[in-house]
Ligand binder design. Structure first.
Ligand code: ADP
Ligand code: MG
Length: 258
């Protein structure tokens, strides 16, 4: 795959990626030739019907899952074919995730879960980093929960802890799969404001899967997936434009299936 100048300065990129789960008659094609980049410092929303491949794309881009074919880069480093150790280090230093499947450590309290990325990297937060963590804990209303274990928290509180943990080290790249899914609307808005601030003020690159047109309207760019492909790539959209697009995509999907 040739690298074009327009590919430079991307925070992450996939080229011609396919992903098939299983083999033989029971196999499922989750991604069918996706080529897309996440631009640095941008807040990108990823939308699409259930089963369209959003979570698979996030996992592959974050280096948590291997594509069946195609290439993946984080920054300028091609991660397809990278060894486990190198990949783990790269992820730990540069990538934050808020994913259902990568939840909190049940035996650690909230403070220790948030500190985990530092502990794994064998260092302590600097004064500036600690200040940022304290600000996030405060903004997400977790101040009174620091000594609690995950099972003592509601789903929404656990999700907020995962968000603080993902942003704690101010990673270049943050992947979030439905980060506002379990939250009430006020807390959801707070999370969106934090993600937007992370891109605006800290120059972090954010890719967020959401079903919610209002949540997606906070993003600089909206990618629409359909049936394992990118079907549209748009600059900032109003919630109305996004809803209309989703509705059209679902209707044409039904026509195609009929
Ligand atoms: P989305 O996040 O858009 O709902 P996913 O990426 O989770 O979509 O799934 C895309 C397709 O791949 C779906 O048909 C789903 O059933 C299938 N799929 C996802 N994960 C697995 C898996 N681990 N094993 C088998 N099929 C899977
Ligand atoms: Mg999903």
């Amino acid at each position: 795959m040739e690298i074009k100048t327009s590919d430079m300065g991307l925070a992450a990129r996939v080229a011609n990626v396919t992903k098939t789960y299983g083999d033989g008659a029971g196999s499922v094609r989750a991604l069918s030739g996706v080529s897309v980049g996440i631009r640095r410092g941008e807040f990108t929303a990823v939308m699409g019907p259930s089963g369209s491949g959003k979570s698979t794309l996030m996992h592959v881009m974050a280096g948590l899952d291997q594509p069946t074919t195609g290439q993946v880069w984080i920054g300028d480093t091609e991660i397809t074919g990278l060894g486990d150790t190198e990949l783990t280090l790269l992820r730990r230093r540069r990538v934050g995730f808020v994913f259902q499947a990568f939840n909190l450590v049940p035996t650690l309290d909230v403070a220790a879960n948030i500190r985990l990325p530092y502990d794994l990297d064998g260092r302590r937060p600097t004064a500036g980093e600690q200040k940022r963590i304290d600000g996030l804990v405060e903004a997400l209303g977790l101040g009174a929960r620091l000594a609690h274990r995950p099972h003592e928290l509601s789903g929404g509180q656990q999700q907020r802890v995962a968000i603080v943990r993902a942003l704690a080290t101010a990673p270049d790249l943050v992947f979030a799969d439905e980060p506002t899914g379990n939250l009430d609307s006020r807390t959801g808005r707070e999370v969106l404001a934090i993600l937007r601030e992370a891109s605006r003020t800290h120059g972090q690159s954010i890719a967020m899967v959401t079903h919610d047109p209002i949540a997606a309207s906070h993003a600089d760019r909206v990618l629409f997936l359909g049936d394992g492909r990118i079907v549209a790539d748009k600059p900032r959209q109003t919630p109305e434009q996004i809803s209309e697009h989703m509705l059209r995509a679902e209707t044409s999907g039904q026509e195609a299936a009929a």
